[in-house]
Every structure is written in structure tokens, then in C-alpha cells.
Ligand binder design. Sequence first.
Ligand code: ZN
Ligand code: ZN
Length: 345
Amino acid sequence: MAAEKLDAFLVSSAANVRYLSGFTGSNGLLLVLSAGGAILFTDPRYRIQASLEADCRVRVGTGPLLGHVLPVLRKKKSRRVAFERSRMTFEMYQSLKEGLPLKSSAEPVAGWIELQRMIKSDAEIALIRHSVLVNSRAFERAVSGVRVGKSEKDLAAELDYQMRRLGAEGAAFETIVATGARTALPHAQPTAAVFGANSLILVDMGAMCEGYASDMTRMLFLGRPGSRVKRAYAAVLEAQLAGIAAVKAGVEAQVVDRAARRVLRRHGLERAFVHSTGHGLGLEIHEPPRLGKRDRTMLVPGMAITIEPGVYLEGFGGIRIEDTVVVTHNGCEVLTPTPKTLRIL
Ligand code: ZN
Ligand code: ZN
């Protein structure tokens, strides 16, 4: 902030507010002052919670929170006020601009806190590790009940229920369960479609535990898989292992993506791999870095990322295998304990 000659930084993303202040409520703005200190603004519903959680000054007010921030900025004579340009609504931006004194300016910044959040502390890695274990346990419990005649929605509900039973706040994202040709939709929403005899099932799930996300994709098969499924599965598994093997501190994110993509190209499946190889995760399910084709972010020990190549063949189905891993000096630690063989039920 000093280098950019900023007087104040208005943090509006809930995850960033939590990261910086400890406050977990859904309505909060954090004003970080260059002169030192920070003020958390929230509404009366969170008065007690904020006083327990936040490690900075708290101001409680009704109505739009910005209405309480602006008088502070005017009083402190803040000239240059930074805001999170990809995290603020246009409405709030307008109110900020109109509410600042004439000679003051609203300065857009992006990714500042996200950059810090990319590298996890030991305490954060412990929380992600716990989230991963809860997620895998919930998967085992729910999968034991998968039968012909159950629906995608039945399994998704069971997965979510088991996560909560095991201590999660809930799912880190809408649980994906797809069967048959619907597995070719990378972000399929569970429907009433039922599992038939000889059906491929894709499960992509993550738990949110003490604020930290996990993420895992596994494939199930009810009955006996045919050779096409087996071949595609073997290719994706090979690509996933190649991606994991490429993870190492000092390596660019794109190198990991290339390692996975190269394997699928060799199997003639490169064009069926329609997304990037992985993403960071933590307080949010999708965080930097992105492990994509042209992502040059250098991997650093303590980054928590997913490795999740997949292939999607319209009319046939899709295969994805995903683990949560932590970057180390010499490689990475795969946190996800769930076996990666195609689970035949
Ligand atoms: Zn996932
Ligand atoms: Zn993912």
C-alpha cells in the first residue's frame, strides 16, 4: 500500500475479510489503513460474532455498510482509497466514488490478498488436510449405498448429509453426481436420472470444514465396464499421475498442465480434455494459481492445488480423476487418501 501511495484499502470479498480479520460473517467490509490498523464494518446481526472473531476494531451499523465507511475515510482525509475491482459490485463502486471528497480517488487493485492466500500456513494446511479426510470419509459412507435404481440426486444428498455428519459446515460447492452420457458434462448438476445396470457414475465433491475446502473426483461403475470405459479410465489415470509427478516447487503451473495434456494427446484424447489441469483451493474452492495451458505462476511450497485431468466424449460419457495436493520442495504430498482405481460396484 505504501509503494502505491495508498491511504486505505477497502476489502469487500468475504474470503479476504476472513483471511485478514478472522471474521466469518456474510456481511462485512474491512478497511485497512496505511497509517496502521484496520476497522471491520458489519451489521447488528453480527455484533457478538464480530467481537469474538475479529482481531481488529469493529464498527456496527445498519443499512449499507459503505455508509459507515465513508465518514471514516473523510475524517482520516484518505486521498487514495484502493478497492477490489473484481470483488465489488458496480453499485458499491458508484457509492464509493460519489461519497469520497473531491480530491480523493478510488483506485482499483486486484489479487493482492489472493496472492498472499496462495501460499498456505502450516495451520491452513492442517485444516485443508482435515477437510480432505472428512470429504473422503463421506464418500466411502455414501458410496456403500449406491444401487441400481438410485438417482443422481439421491447420491448427492447422501454425500452432503455424510459430510455434515462428519463435521463439515457443508459442501464446498454444489456436489456433482452424473451418470451415463451425462458424465460428459464437466459440471453436471444432479438430476432425477437413475443408475441403471452397467452405468458409469462421476462424483465430484468437496467439504467445507472450518472454512477450508477440499475437492475430489472419483469414478464408479455399476456392473461390468466395457473396454472403451476401461481404456479412457486408464488414460486419464496416467495423465493424472503424470500431472502429480510434475508438481514441484520452482516449476511453472503450465508445466503441470502440459504433463497431463501430453499423456492424453498420446492416447488421442487431447481434444476431449476441455478444462485446465487444476486450481488452487483454500478459503474458496477456486483460488489462484490456475494450472492451465499458459499459467506461468511459479509453484511454491505450501500451495494447495488440485490435479484433475478429464476427458468428455459427447454421447458416451466422461472420466475425471481429481486429488487435492500440497506443493513441497521436492514434489508434492497427495492429501486425498481415496483409492484411484475405477470403483466397480
Ligand atoms: Zn472437483
Ligand atoms: Zn476442482
